[in-house]
Design a protein around this ligand. Structure first.
Ligand code: NAP
Length: 252
């Protein structure tokens, strides 16, 4: 079980893309800090397994299958969460995909699905929680972007554009919702060991490590540590920012 770092007792948190990788680590850490967790992903099997692990460690969690690219799907989950637990304190927009290719070979569908899940998925999540958070006069929204949205990458035009879009969305939402005591921040991971990066061969991983001052790829818990802090009361005067968790790979 991850180490408890912040007090989130009785907070209600929604984590998208919570069935594996970074989202799973975020869900488990938020739970270990005392939050009740709604886990979202499209496929139920792994999601239920994460829920059962959280519950077996003494946490409170519910899994709800849904697709972040579909506004109705997410707003229904938000409504069900409020019916069940009365409020939403934290939203972590983590669900994301990559469909890499050079522009000459990238299919229109590869562009659309990455934009719809990565960027529109964040819009759908924020749109769905904004009203209940405004009513509650408090909220924490954390969007998972990527260093690729800052520096670009050959073969990842769709992914880079979606992640750069998340940073613009984060700043606009922070300005729009700040007066309602809702903070909106983004976390930009570098290369983290998950299914998304497992496809890289060992040679590429070694090359990457040599470009990272801390000399290693990150872990999902490296990202989750920061997300937990940004979700806490102690982060109440921080909004509109993007924080890198990348071993020093990108220094702006
Ligand atoms: P991952 O292991 O591939 O997990 C992705 C998660 O998102 C899964 O739970 C997946 O479940 C869910 N998901 C995908 N499409 C969805 C949809 N339409 N609706 C709901 N859930 C959906 O990815 P990861 O590496 O943990 O990445 C998590 C986030 O961090 C992503 O936004 C990614 O871009 C970002 N990131 C990752 C890295 C890295 O190095 N790993 C670096 C920078 C940024 P289902 O397939 O069942 O829906």
């Amino acid at each position: 079980m991850p180490v408890k770092c912040c007090n989130l007792t009785d907070k209600v948190a929604i984590v998208t893309g919570a069935s594996r990788g970074i989202g799973e680590a975020i869900a488990k850490q938020l739970s270990s800090c005392g939050a009740k967790i709604i886990l979202i992903a499209r496929n139920s099997d792994q999601l239920v397994a994460v829920k059962e692990t959280i519950i077996s460690n003494g946490g409170i969690a519910e899994s709800m299958a849904g697709d972040v690219s579909n506004l109705n799907s997410i707003s229904e989950i938000v409504t069900n969460t409020i019916d069940k637990w009365g409020q939403i304190d934290i939203l972590v927009n983590n669900a994301g995909i990559a469909r890499d290719n050079i522009i000459m070979r990238m299919k229109e569908d590869d562009w659309d699905s990455v934009m719809n899940i990565n960027l529109k998925g964040c819009f759908n999540g924020i749109k769905s929680v904004a009203r209940p958070m405004i009513k509650n006069k408090a909220g924490r929204i954390i969007n998972i972007t990527s260093v690729i949205g800052q520096i670009g990458n050959a073969g990842q035009s769709n992914y880079a554009a979606s992640k750069a879009g998340i940073m613009g969305l984060t700043k606009s939402m922070a300005k729009e919702l700040g007066s309602r005591n809702i903070t909106v921040n983004a976390v930009a991971p570098g290369y983290i060991t998950t299914d998304m990066t497992n496809e890289l061969n060992d040679e590429v991983k070694e090359q990457l490590k040599s470009s990272i001052p801390l000399g290693r790829l990150g872990t999902p818990d490296d990202v989750a540590n920061l997300v937990c802090f940004l979700a806490s009361d102690e982060a109440g005067y921080i909004t509109g920012q993007t924080f890198n968790v990348d071993g020093g790979m990108v220094m702006i």
